[in-house]
Design a protein around this ligand. Structure first.
Ligand code: GLU
Length: 605
């Protein structure tokens, strides 16, 4: 009864806020200070929906799910029920952090050679673009919807039906196409046009959606409503599931698609078998902060944790005199870059789904192993021709595991992997002090590019996160989850503040999260400054990627002088974050510019 009343109140309030929001011409700000709870997402309407949930008495978990469902409507190329994700939750009452793994998983039909070209006499791997990324074979069993359900059942106060209500209204009312959205359709036009269902939704009449036009998605509203009425079984065991299977096995291509579309073997049994995993977080101590991250099958928490552990042996804060002093920080950033290089070497060699591979984590995380890695960092970047790519370390001598199962290292090639730049991150907090940090995705921008006909959502292409050649800990196997880079993070400061932050950006997620933490903890930037700051990303490659604005700065030039080969790229990491303090005050911050900027709001200003 209480739920029903809450639901009606919520419905009325949310319809009002949708109407009210649409009357506003500009998104609200990227920074909000106040009390009573906060939400920061990539989109103003999604943020507003989370805030409304909080105002009606919902908690941070309710707000996260309601905002995520709204993002599935207004940011359909970044994440949605056709994909997967990782949620890190701080529960104030029990003072603990848990994580929910709703990562996509390979169907039972997956094979180690699933990405080999069926027509290649030499067994060559299918080209990443477009054949692997726009295919049925790349579609993993989606976990997002079950993740939302599990989060609400365990830690929320709303039902899934209640949490979906505002997103249903949003899908029906539609949203105004902005330049970022229109640009993403333009970038993907060729592959979206290859599928009848995708063309119908995102290329109305065969044309790009006009900036300023309204895009409605009644099919997605119908899908959410089916789930609201029938529960997740509609998706994992019912009509929606049957449509997913049909779509993967027989992609709805136009009569003559411009490239070969490889079908997949996902079945209803794969959907039926899917489960969300509740896992402990990774825990890393860094200069008095405790950082909680996402463990395997994501490499996010472990790899950022290795970066922090290596850096803990250096004093990076020696030039801690505010953002104006960036040039003096070159030496510190040089160490961050080199720590990232080494951590990615280990990530690329050892990390995979822990239910399938023995990952030598005790060794990788031992202080003595970390010391061997730290000792490799010199005063200058390695010679870019000779040895820019670091070799993985050998963690086995440092295993203190009482029941070691690894006696020799697996024979793996160094594989940086390829992953897209899709994904979205959101953070929420409530007046009780609960905090959520949630990253979810459909992998590439636009995922597989295949909309499930009649159901209004894109399927992921997450299985491209597997390493296509074996042996490798991240090789495809039936039922396995591909290694991710998603790094939703929660941190406790020495004074008891709870911070939450995260980012999209494929493997740059890890370096974005590390950079935000270093900027906050070592350099004393505020959270909004750290979120807006230029990014620096080294992932054991020849070049170090930087935001294009950085190369010409004094810091950029000083890094070049230290031997770093900087590669300017248009955009790295549209992050969001918040700080929830013991006195009840909150700062929430969203990316101000990248991807068109996000929105942060608080319940009480
Ligand atoms: N598939 C990526 C991962 O799980 C996320 C996609 C992205 O951010 O580009 O690491």
């Amino acid at each position: 009864m209480v739920r029903r009343i809450l639901s009606v109140v919520l419905g009325v309030c949310l319809c009002w806020s949708l109407w009210a929001y649409q009357g506003r011409s500009q998104a609200s700000g990227s920074v909000a200070e106040g009390r009573g709870g906060a939400v920061a997402t990539a989109d103003a309407q999604a943020t507003q929906i989370g805030i409304d949930v909080l105002r009606q008495g919902g908690n941070a978990i309710d707000a996260a799910v309601a905002s995520a469902a709204a993002l599935g409507v207004v940011e359909p190329f970044y994440g949605g029920i056709g994909g997967g994700g990782f949620m890190v939750i701080y529960l104030k009452d029990s003072d603990r952090v848990i994580t929910l793994d709703s990562r996509e998983q390979a169907p039972a039909s997956a094979q180690v050679d699933m990405f080999q070209d069926p027509d290649s006499p030499t067994g060559a791997v299918l080209p990443f673009f477009p054949n692997r990324i726009s295919s049925g074979v790349a579609v993993g069993v989606p976990g997002t919807l079950l993740g939302w359900d599990e989060a609400l059942r365990r830690y929320g106060t709303l039902s899934l039906a209640e949490a979906l209500e505002p997103a249903i209204a949003l899908a029906e009312a539609g949203f105004v196409v902005d330049e970022t959205f229109a640009g993403q359709v333009a970038q993907n036009q060729a592959r979206f046009a290859a599928f009848t269902s995708t063309q119908a939704l995102f290329l109305p009449g065969g044309a790009l959606p006009a900036v300023g036009s309204r895009l409605k998605n009644p099919d997605l509203a119908k899908t959410y409503r089916l789930v609201a009425e029938q529960g997740v079984n509609a998706f994992y065991r019912g009509d929606i599931g049957a449509a997913i299977v049909q779509t993967v096995q027989h992609p709805p291509t136009v009569a003559r698609p411009p490239f070969r579309v490889i079908p997949g073997g996902l079945t209803l049994a794969d959907l039926d078998r899917y489960d969300v995993r509740v896992r402990p977080p990774t825990v890393t101590n860094y200069r008095g902060y405790t950082l909680y991250g996402m463990g395997l099958p994501s490499s996010g928490g472990i790899t950022s944790g290795e970066v922090f552990s290596i850096l803990a042996g250096f004093d990076l804060g020696q030039s801690n005199s505010g953002p104006a002093d960036l040039a003096n920080r070159a030496e510190a950033w040089h160490r961050v870059i080199e720590a990232e290089r080494l951590a990615f070497a280990d990530r690329n060699a050892y990390l995979g789904d822990p239910e399938y591979v023995d990952v030598p984590l005790p060794g990788l995380q031992s202080a003595d192993f970390i010391q061997t890695r730290r000792a490799l960092i010199g005063d200058r970047a390695p010679d870019p021709v000779q040895d820019f790519r670091a070799a993985p370390g050998n963690p086995l001598p440092y295993q203190r595991d009482p029941s070691p199962s690894l006696t020799r290292l697996p024979p793996v090639a160094q594989s940086p992997g390829q992953s897209g730049t899709s994904t979205t991150h959101l953070v929420t907090s409530d007046r009780r002090g609960n905090v959520v940090s949630y990253t979810f995705t459909i992998e590439s921008i636009g995922g597989s590019g295949i909309v499930v006909p009649g159901y209004g959502f894109l399927l992921n292409n997450e299985l491209t996160d597997f390493d296509p050649t074996s042996p490798h800990p991240n090789a495809p196997e039936p039922g396995k989850r591909p290694r991710s880079s998603m790094a939703p993070t929660i941190a406790r400061s020495p004074s008891g503040d709870m911070l939450a932050f995260g980012s999209p950006g494929g493997s740059t997620i890890i370096t974005t999260v590390a950079g935000i933490a270093v900027n906050l903890i070592d350099f004393g930037l505020t959270l909004p400054e750290a979120i807006a700051a230029p990014r620096i990303s080294q992932r054991n490659g020849g070049t170090t990627q930087v935001d294009s604005s950085l190369e010409q700065t004094a810091l950029g030039q000083a890094l070049i002088a230290l031997g770093h080969d900087l590669e300017p790229v248009p955009e790295i990491g549209a992050a969001v974050g918040l700080i929830s303090r013991p006195d009840g005050s909150i700062t929430a911050a969203a990316e101000p510019i990248r991807r068109g900027g996000g929105t942060a709001m608080v319940v009480e200003r």
